[in-house]
Write a protein that binds this ligand. Structure first.
Ligand SMILES: [Zn+2]
Length: 293
């Protein structure tokens, strides 16, 4: 009694918060968006300013995060990528020029892009990533098998669950005239994502020839959505993993950094909550589960 209606009551469930940042930088603009104007391209340049601000916040908060870095970003900004790694954060794979795997014409082409991204991360910061996030969160029918072949341990692009790590599958069959057939689980952990928990569609205004994404939400609105998603997970699930996806060029604007700072403090004040990289969350799941059939 006396509690505000609609306010969830808190219990002390264990929960993990993973802050993830996709350091797309210029790759997104000259790749999928086809930008040629210096103004459009400069929007990607702002990602470096964002990374500097994010690194300061993470340092002040003693939080380790995961940065997914396209190979093109690593080749363009090797010093920044080295600074991320030197600060103790995880670096994951995110394509070369932010290619949507579904748009690549063949399995072999997708394998080449994967390899090119690996080589760029190695060149920039001598990093061999264990995690992958597909650009545009759009895995192709080949992606999981290619990741297994390349020795990845987790990926983070699927949306079949919200807060529960689970095993990826291969061999699904989509039958328009019958039930969907689920393939077998394989030794690759999925750390699920959601457009709801991604800063880009909420905030980034993009106008292209064939598309307008309005973005430009008030940070107060996004803060409310993200906080309530966390509250629900914390109340309803034991051991949930809350993965936020952010982009330095988006979250790096001043008022959004203040929002992120408030959210980090809010998550941290809950009993049993800890921050982790996705690699740590994947390893923890791996230690207590095995792929089934
Ligand atoms: Zn991206």
């Amino acid at each position: 009694m006396g509690e505000c209606p609609g306010r969830v009551s808190m219990s002390s469930h264990r929960a993990t918060v993973c802050l993830t940042f996709d350091f797309d930088a210029i790759s997104l603009w000259i790749g999928p968006y086809g930008a040629t104007s210096p103004s459009m391209i400069s929007r990607g340049e702002f990602a470096v300013v964002g990374v500097e601000r994010i690194l300061r916040l993470l340092d002040r908060s003693s939080v380790a995060a995961t940065f997914f870095v396209p190979g093109h970003t690593a080749d363009t900004y090797p010093d920044t990528v080295r600074a991320i790694a030197a600060a103790g954060h995880e670096i994951g794979h995110h394509g070369y020029l932010h290619e949507n795997p579904v748009a690549l014409e063949s399995r072999e082409r997708e394998r080449q892009v994967l390899q090119r991204g690996l080589e760029a991360l190695d060149r920039a910061a001598a990093v061999r990533p264990v995690g992958y996030r597909s650009p545009a969160w759009d895995n192709s029918p080949h992606t999981i098998e290619l990741l297994l072949d390349a020795g990845f341990r987790y990926e983070s692009s699927l949306m079949g669950k919200d807060f529960e790590p689970h095993w990826c599958r291969v061999g699904d069959v989509a039958q328009p005239d019958g039930p969907y057939l689920f393939g077998r689980e394989v030794d690759l952990v999925e750390l699920p994502v959601s457009w709801l928990l991604d800063d880009f569609p909420h905030f980034e205004y993009v106008r292209l020839a064939n598309r307008i994404s309005p973005g430009l939400s008030a940070a107060s609105k996004v803060e409310e959505i993200w906080r309530d998603e966390f509250d629900f997970m914390y109340r309803e699930m034991d051991g949930g993993v809350f993965t936020l996806t952010m982009h330095p060029e988006v979250i790096g604007r001043g008022h959004r950094m203040l929002m992120l700072e408030r959210l980090v403090a809010y998550f941290a004040e809950h009993a049993g909550v800890r921050f982790a990289t996705l690699a740590q969350a994947a390893d923890e799941f791996r230690a207590q589960s095995r792929p089934g059939t």
